[in-house]
Write a protein that binds this ligand. Sequence first.
Ligand code: F6P
Length: 356
Amino acid sequence: MGKSAKKIGILTAGGDCPGLNAAIRGVGKTAMIKYGMEVYGFSSGYLGLINNEYQKLGEKSLSGILTLGGTILGTSREKPFKHKEYDDYIQSKPDMILENCSNLGLDALVCIGGNGTMKTAGKLQELGLNVVGIPKTIDNDVWGTDQTFGFDSAVNIATEAIDRMHTTANSHKRIMVVEVMGHHTGWLTLYSGVAGGGDVILLPELEWDPEILKNYLLKRADQGKPYSIVVVAEGVKVPPHGKFKSKKWESAGSALARLIEDLTGLETRETILGYIQRGGTPSPRDRVIATELGAYAAGMAAAGEFGHMAAYKGNNLISVPLEEVAGKTKMVPVDHPLLGHARTIDTCFGDIKKQG
Ligand code: F6P
């Protein structure tokens, strides 16, 4: 435990997601109102810390932002510990960060971000900065927490998109492939795929076989089902099959659509959902999660509980050491109950072994 923080900085780093402003508001208002702290917001993630770009936040600047998408602070994918990038600067980036924080007299820094952000936060803590982490991402892949905010909003957006595929697929009697984000994990694909009634759901966590996929889609066509919806995670590898080879630059969705048409002879189209999954207003659930995690993180700073990330274990808020979080990814377990439940309604995961 460190000394209670009186002056804190906040930053948002990595890919944006719905709920970031709700979290900034949760931390900032709790810090100011409950603990009487001074609060500073750094611009563009770790870049703002390096370049010393910040603004003092007041209660007024945190009002009216709960429902806003994106982040009022801006974000970037800056990784200050990537050595090759030091060259442009006289000092190393971590040294610049330490100096800027010390000049401003910061007692603690609240870093809101995903896996990469938590890794950097852990390294800054090792260098002597007092850091508190808050997990966010549409991917839901941060180790050490059951929930990240951003995920629920993205599930809603992707589900609505899949819902809309059904009517157009039915009109044209086509197979529709929908590619969903999630980086190397399949959380978003699994949840939106089940919610949107995907017939096939392909995840990076499950090894799949094109023959199984082909037989399943042809069986549906034989049964007189006029169309099929295939939901695929962006991180899925589409293996070569017969004469089929995916192009190096090709997305999973586009390669998969070509493969399916090749294998089945059925007309197939793809849709890559892309960044709409990250944009716009957060869902009510994400607003709640972000507010709770934010308020809890401010409490951690007040209690001097540094080097930890605010997290959920079930419905309870807890704090997890950053060293446990750093460098890990929370994958969908192959025995996740939702996989088993989806299989009972004949959802195809394209896999040989009936896992989960
Ligand atoms: O981590 C969120 C995420 O949207 C991933 O799902 C996706 O792979 C990645 O970010 C895209 O990153 P960028 O914004 O750098 O293109």
